[in-house]
Design a protein around this ligand. Structure first.
Ligand code: IMP
Ligand code: MG
Length: 179
């Protein structure tokens, strides 16, 4: 792997395809141990988690369903970040179900701090939050993440679903911004 360019920025290799696959397989095994008999709903946070989720569901051994949610975070006129639900889960997908919420990265925590109470309000049997990446140094809101793939430094990353202005999602590995 070598340095890549997306738009105006350069990114260098950070997590290889093999490193990611090994960790996602472990996460799949962990979820199999906890959820194999529960017929969980893998709820995929679009767009960023789509690649992680396609691998994770295939490492899960047991009956499972899949649903998709799309949020958009924007900053209002005050300092509070608001999160808009562009595609919301249906009641059937949530009520009484064991939800495995699949996120690409928890950065400020604003997306999850806003979305989790909305999901909780639809009365799921349980919610398990799985995030491939976590940047603890960037956290503004307390978020309980049940399973983290990799704890990473506060640097912008792309690949394996994550983008920089729309590009980079299709990269098999994860790259970090070159300074
Ligand atoms: P939050 O700040 O925890 O609400 O994260 C919001 C969203 O920002 C994440 O779900 C990602 O889609 C995106 N994001 C945060 N950090 C990065 C990054 O380093 N690269 C690409 N997208 C990111
Ligand atoms: Mg996201």
């Amino acid at each position: 792997m070598s340095t890549i360019q997306l738009h105006d920025l350069q990114f260098e290799p950070f997590l290889s395809d093999a490193t990611i696959q090994n960790r996602v397989a472990e996460l799949g095994a962990t979820l199999t141990a906890s959820h194999a008999q529960l017929q969980p709903v893998f709820m995929v946070m679009l767009k960023g988690a789509f690649v992680f989720a396609t691998d994770l569901v295939r490492y899960f051994q047991g009956d499972a369903e899949v649903s998709f949610v799309r949020t958009r975070s924007y900053q209002g006129t005050n300092t509070t970040h608001q999160v808009e639900l562009l595609l919301a889960p249906t009641t059937e997908e949530v009520h009484g179900r064991h939800i495995i919420l699949v996120e690409d990265i928890v950065d400020s925590g604003n997306t999850m701090a806003s979305f989790l109470p909305q999901l909780q309000a639809q009365s799921p049997a349980s919610i398990t939050l799985v995030s491939l990446l976590f940047k603890p140094d960037m956290l503004e809101q307390k978020v309980n993440i049940d399973h983290v793939g990799f704890v990473i430094p506060p640097k912008f990353v792309v690949g394996y679903g994550l983008d920089y202005n729309g590009l980079g999602r299709n990269l098999k590995a994860i790259f970090q911004l070159k300074e």
